[in-house]
Design a protein around this ligand. Structure first.
Ligand code: GCW
Length: 715
């Protein structure tokens, strides 16, 4: 027995030694292309890369990536040329397929889809990457490399893949001074000052990483936008980035500030119905498209959190969006108009306001407008029920907005793999149709043929060497991209792919890493906002607990507004006896969530205000259960740290250490969250700690005194 175990350990060490010897800093992301165990076999099957025509920049990018990837994985650079020899990887477009190769159903793959197929062509064993357009070939090349990188055999490959959404977009909340709102990964990667003269290599690597996922658009600047971005010098900077990104199929978009022409003193008003305003935007669109012929369009945050908008002139969101849409339409540009609106002056439940504003506008938007809706009705919380607008605006294309950067989930300091969060929302059934209608189906919008569809993710990318602030936060960018390609995808499968490409193909390592990832988000929910609690983060910067905060200018910025805890109970009553936000959901959903007994425990206090002694399904009282959840969160965080320790022999030293430091921090902060929250809720409920529960380490006053005037990502 002992001998066998020892032998296993020894062979493990031998196999893994080369990988460990290399110190890694994370810059390569999931495009690491480390040597395959079956390298020599793959080398035989990938001896050359063949393309018959003249390679466009996009095809060239595909060839370069295949050469880079195959060199990394097999140790040899394949030749490239036009001939089809044994062991060739053949890049082919419809109309120029290798003779004798049958590509059934190629037309159905559309402009961006691809197929990968091992075949015999003229007696030669080859692997074909076929697509209708150049970009499909590039996506196919990345698909092939991913297959190899995750241990698939080339000889049997037979895959086809088509994106289910048209617009797969990143939203950078990057400011012109290179700070990033809610950014925890250093500065903006856009070195605006040095653009357009200096085009950094990192822009190309950014494009490669995004293309590897099929991301095909990027909004370069913050939705809290500035007028200057639309002036000539900035358009030139944007054009330089567009040039770098174009071969990778990525269009650039800009966040437009509603009052731009007024602020630049080029109009007297920003009223969308004023002819001079419409004329100004038309001319501005023409100017942009002269420099950037494939410019994507505008993203707009209007009449939200102090931003200007059409309502300043008693016009509707549709009036505003349609005026911009008309300026962009001749150039095939689009408007992504955000539904994230709420006003302090409105006493109504903040969770209801977006629906109340937008639902009546269904059918009133121009065809090149999409309404961009956050996944939940409040704001990117660790857990929220799906936004009631999904499925409720059948006449309007809706796109999803997820937040990849972890504003409310511990910044880049805590491990929280967001795949399960994305999946939970996408798989949620809105019940807006008799046979079910998931959020993913709403987004895919297959009934309406040509209507635009899309998904946006608020980027977690910055100048940090790891791109995303931490190694594991790269997985959130990855999972976002994969879900944007296929909203019905599987977060565990994406985690596994990512872990194999990013860390190790060793099954033991993969299993452990994936398991850690899959538990991590629920751990955060438990130690921050269990049982449907939300928005309890400290003021402004949102780092750490602040459930006691009740003194902000706007009621709906105060955590006390969200938990409503008092001597008797806790939770936000959103049923008919309270704000009745539930009425915004389809009856099938609303009925189930109207009764605390049939409301999923994870959403209980989102919809119900319940007495502290309410009997939970576990048999515990609500108070005891709440403390137990906080404790479970801490235990899970400790578990993440302990599991990582076990991975030490399987991960390179530098990354091991960098992750370990973060997990130590997470454990400490999970305890802080738990202790501060328990101390606060105890002070409100007046209840003793449940038997066996640990006493908070410090006093409530001490927790309240903790301040972070210079927290990251807050301006
Ligand atoms: O999540 C909140 C953030 C703001 C952000 C806003 C929004 C860009 O706290 O920083 O502003 O949402 O989505 O517009």
């Amino acid at each position: 027995m002992l001998g066998g175990a020892l032998a296993a350990v020894v062979s493990l060490v031998v196999v893994l030694a080369p990988a460990q010897a290399v110190e890694e800093d994370g810059y390569d992301l999931w495009l690491r292309y480390r040597p395959l165990q079956q390298a020599s076999q793959v080398q035989q099957q990938a001896r050359s890369i063949s393309y018959a025509g003249k390679a466009s920049p996009t095809i060239q990018a595909a060839i370069d990536e295949l050469r880079r990837g195959l060199q990394g994985m097999t140790g040899k650079v394949p030749a490239s040329g036009t001939s089809v020899a044994d062991g060739a990887i053949v890049l082919a477009k419809a109309g120029a397929l290798p003779q004798g190769f049958k590509a059934d159903g190629l037309a159905a793959l559309g402009p961006e889809g691809y197929l990968l197929k091992s075949a015999t062509v003229n007696g030669k064993r080859v692997t074909v990457i076929a697509a209708n357009e150049d970009i499909g070939v590039l996506y196919g090349a990345f698909g092939l490399l991913r297959a190899l990188n995750t241990g698939k055999a080339l000889a049997a490959i037979d895959e086809r893949s088509v994106p289910k959404l048209q617009l797969r977009v990143l939203n950078h909340w990057d400011n012109l001074d290179r700070t990033v709102e809610r950014g925890y990964s250093g500065q903006s990667i856009w070195n605006w000052w040095e653009l357009p003269d200096i085009r950094e290599r990192q822009y190309v690597d950014y494009a490669r990483a995004n293309a590897s996922l099929g991301i095909n658009g990027t909004v370069l600047n913050n939705v809290n936008s500035k007028a200057e971005i639309l002036t000539a010098p900035w358009i030139a900077k944007v054009a330089a980035l567009a040039d770098v990104l174009r071969p990778y199929g990525i269009k650039v978009y800009l966040s437009a500030r509603w009052s731009t022409p007024l602020e630049l003193k080029e109009t007297k008003t920003a009223d969308p119905l004023a002819p001079e305003v419409a004329a100004w935007w038309r001319a501005k669109a023409d100017e942009i498209y002269r420099t950037i012929p494939d410019f994507g369009g505008f993203l707009v945050k209007a009449n939200s959190e102090g931003q200007p908008g059409p309502q300043d002139y008693q016009r509707t969101h549709a009036d505003g969006a349609n005026m911009l849409a008309a300026a962009l339409a001749p150039h095939k540009g689009i408007v992504m108009w955000r539904a994230f609106v709420y006003a302090a002056e409105k006493p109504d439940d903040r969770a209801k306001q977006a629906y109340d504003e937008f639902k009546p506008l269904d059918g009133k938007f121009a065809p090149n407008v999409l309404v961009q809706v956050k996944n939940g009705a409040i704001d990117f919380q660790p857990r929220e029920p799906f936004h009631p607008l999904f499925g409720a605006m059948p006449q309007t294309p809706l796109m999803m907005e997820f937040q990849i950067t972890k504003e409310y989930l511990g910044f880049a300091m805590h491990m929280a793999y967001l795949g399960p969060l994305f999946e939970e929302v996408l798989k949620a059934d809105t019940k807006q149709r008799p046979n079910g209608f998931t959020v993913a189906q709403v987004l895919e919008d297959t009934d309406h043929g040509q209507r635009p569809t899309g998904m946006a993710g608020v980027a977690n990318i910055g100048s940090s060497r790891t791109w995303s602030g931490s190694h594991f936060d790269q997985a959130n960018w990855y999972a976002y991209g994969r879900f944007a390609w296929d909203p019905q995808g599987d977060s565990r499968a994406f985690a596994q792919e990512w872990a194999m490409q990013t860390f190790s193909r060793e099954p033991q390592a993969v299993t452990q890493i994936v398991d850690m990832m899959m538990r991590s988000r629920e751990a955060v929910v438990d130690y921050m906002t269990p049982l449907g609690l939300h928005h309890l983060m400290d003021t402004g910067h949102h780092h750490g607990p602040g459930p006691w905060v009740d003194n902000l200018g706007r009621p709906d910025w105060n955590p006390t507004y969200y938990h409503k805890a008092d001597k008797k109970g806790i939770g936000f009553d959103r049923t008919a006896t309270g704000s009745n936000a539930l009425a915004q959901y389809a009856p099938g959903v609303a009925q189930r969530w109207a009764d605390p007994r049939t409301t999923p425990e994870e959403l209980l206090l989102w919809f119900h205000h319940l007495p502290w002694d309410y009997a939970m399904p576990s048999g515990r009282t609500l108070w005891t259960e709440l403390v137990a959840r906080y404790d479970r969160g801490v235990t899970e965080a400790e578990g993440l740290r302990a599991r990582w320790e076990k991975l030490k022999p399987l991960v390179d030293g530098r990354r091991y250490d960098e992750v370990a430091q973060r997990l130590d921090t997470q454990v400490r902060e999970a305890r802080w969250w738990r202790d501060a929250s328990v101390a606060y809720f105890q002070s409100v409920s007046g209840l003793p700690l449940p038997p066996g529960a640990r006493k908070p380490e410090r006093t409530l006053e001490q927790y309240k005194a903790i301040k972070f005037p210079y927290a990251a990502g807050h301006h």
